[in-house]
Design a protein around this ligand. Structure first.
Ligand SMILES: [Zn+2]
Length: 512
């Protein structure tokens, strides 16, 4: 009987956030060995997809360690060491009892002292497990996937949708390829091409042109004869690393030249579209967004979703400050990360009037903590299984949370940092979503799955936080030459780097 090991270490790291992500942050959601199946079976997650394929094919599963944490600052040395030590030792322990490893990584993790910790983890796994032990990796569409990291995986697949509604599907694609290889039915070989650009997350919505047409082409390319899988990784713009940027990975069945041609062709499409990719939607300053929202509401367009997308700590106050100063209707702010305000509201008790400061604690860029006075409408721990289309079925834990409502603005403050992307916050806290004219979110693309069908309009608000659409002002230190727009913001007029597929002189790399 075939037996596969399943594990993962998943984090999207914002290099610029001052606060480290600790072992405790990962441990809150970490599951091990026999705990993995009950935590993820049936959920729209990568692990859920791995488990489904194993179950459908009568494959036994050996759970190692699945540790995941919401996007935040650099992973501490202690956390990275402890989690990789454990993952590698569990994989080594089960090496001879298993036929291969299904691994989930994000692709954009950074730790203190390691600019590419996922490469370090894969190198350790490869050394411990041997070159002939198959490792299949599923990554996030926002991964920064360099050639060295990719070469350590036998199979490498990524999400093709943002919002990532295809997480389970990606786990399934990865697991099916591994089983096909183990059965000797296919001989996956992958090639990688890098177009020399990175997209801000706000412009990675895959149903918005021109990325939509390119992604349609990616999926069509995956169906062509001889090709087993294709992924376009958009890269993650807020991880300051040498491997930053988009990557196309094509997997062919034994035909390396076909994999190279496919990856290079799709990479060229990104290069050709790069100016348009950065103009996918208009951006509004906070007050301009409120003016526009007022106009839309007058026209009966309701609710208006305002997206404070540059917020990477779930506690920006730039938009809240503007909304406190200007009344444009009834406002909901689901999930503002503020453990102190949550505790204060809980201590005050349900129905009590409370004056507290809100937000602005993750960094100076998040804006100042703002004084807010309101009534406590809900208080208690929030822990539930997601019903929205993104990560459906997965359990989320926000810790002690509260609704503080001043009659015009209702804010849901939480102990743990989570970005609200669906309507669960309303149902969980007993709020009627119909009551609100404006819903202020901090999501980048994931909210679209739940909100596009119900929003009257979506306005993208640009604020001076650590995740802006305009990357030029960010204090990058590790980005090599040739990554548009960070190190090529003149439009690539210097000829040598313009129009090519080549990032850093080695654009196409062949994997195993
Ligand atoms: Zn992502």
């Amino acid at each position: 009987m075939t037996r596969l090991a399943i594990g993962g270490l998943v984090h999207e790291t914002v290099s610029f956030l001052p606060e480290e992500t600790t072992l405790a942050d990962f441990e809150r959601r970490a599951v091990r060995s026999d705990g993995i199946a009950p935590a993820f079976a049936g959920s729209n997650t990568v692990f859920g997809g791995f488990l489904k394929v194993c179950e459908d094919n009568g494959v036994a599963v050996e759970g190692l360690l699945c540790a995941e944490c919401a996007p935040s600052g650099p992973v501490s040395r202690e956390a990275f060491k402890a989690l990789t030590d454990e993952l590698v030792s569990r994989a080594t322990l089960w090496r001879d009892e298993t036929d291969g490893l299904l691994l989930h990584l994000h692709g954009a993790m950074v730790s203190r002292g390691e600019l590419d910790p996922e490469h370090a983890l894969l190198a350790r796994l490869r050394k411990a497990l041997g070159d002939d032990y198959p490792i299949a990796v599923a990554m996030d569409l926002h991964g920064n996937v360099g050639a060295e990291k990719a070469a350590l995986a036998d199979i490498l697949c990524g999400f093709r949708h943002s919002p990532h509604t295809d997480m389970a599907e990606t786990g399934e694609r990865t697991a099916k390829l591994l089983l096909g290889r183990l059965a000797g039915n296919i001989k996956p070989v992958h090639a990688l091409a890098r177009p020399g650009l990175v997209l801000p997350s706000i412009f990675t919505a895959t149903a918005v042109s021109p990325l939509k047409e390119i992604m349609d082409d990616v999926r069509a390319a995956a169906d062509q004869p001889g090709i087993l899988d294709v992924t376009l990784f958009t890269g993650f713009a807020y991880a300051d690393v040498p491997e930053i940027g988009a990557t196309v990975v094509a997997i062919a069945d034994g035909d390396e030249a076909l994999a190279i041609r496919t990856a290079e062709r799709l990479s060229s499409r990104l290069v050709e579209a790069r100016e348009e990719l950065y103009q996918a939607a208009p951006l509004y300053e906070p007050y301009a967004a409120l003016d526009k929202a007022a106009e839309l509401l007058t026209d009966g367009c309701r609710p208006v979703v305002l997206l404070e997308h540059a917020d990477r700590g779930n506690d920006s106050t730039h938009l809240l400050e503007a909304m406190l100063a200007r009344d444009v209707g009834r406002v909901a702010i689901p999930y503002l990360h503020d453990p102190i305000a949550a505790k204060a509201a809980d201590s005050a008790g349900l129905g009590a009037q409370l004056m507290t400061t809100l937000g602005g604690k993750s960094s100076e860029m998040a804006g100042p903590p703002l004084l807010f006075s309101g009534f406590v409408k809900f208080t208690g721990p929030l822990r539930y299984r997601i019903t929205g289309p993104y990560r459906t079925g997965e359990e989320v834990d926000l810790g002690l949370s509260a609704v503080i409502d001043n009659g015009r603005i209702a804010v849901i403050v939480t102990t743990h940092s989570v970005s609200a992307v669906d309507t669960d916050p309303f149902t969980q806290c007993g709020l009627d979503i119909e009551e609100f004219d404006i819903i202020a979110l901090r999501s980048k693309t994931h909210f679209r799955a739940a909100y596009e069908p119900i929003a009257g309009a979506i306005l993208i608000v640009e604020t001076p936080d650590w995740g802006p659409a305009d990357l030029i002002g960010l204090p990058y230190r590790n980005v090599p030459p040739g990554v548009y727009p960070i190190t090529m913001y003149d439009g690539g007029d210097d000829g040598e780097e313009d129009g090519g597929n080549d990032s850093g002189g080695d654009g196409t790399e062949n994997g195993v």
